[in-house]
Design a protein around this ligand. Structure first.
Ligand SMILES: [Zn+2]
Length: 67
């Protein structure tokens, strides 16, 4: 469960990121060029009260293994 930083209420989780004009979404990576490591696709949580948007990663274990 995620709590909004602004109003401390419970946020709605598990939204997907879509970039307007394309269906590519956003992926986090580390490093540059062809050797960049691909990390987990971020998810989005939205506060239903104030509209605060929070990005988060579901599976942190995957990132630690990539270190
Ligand atoms: Zn809020």
């Amino acid at each position: 469960m995620r709590i909004c930083n602004q109003c401390k209420c419970e946020m709605i989780e598990d939204f997907d990121i879509k970039v307007e004009g394309g269906a590519y979404g956003i992926r986090l990576s580390k490093g540059n060029g062809i050797f960049a490591k691909r990390l987990e696709k971020p998810k989005v949580a939205i506060c239903p009260k104030c509209g605060e948007v929070s990005l988060y990663i579901e599976n942190l274990d995957v990132i630690m293994e990539n270190e």
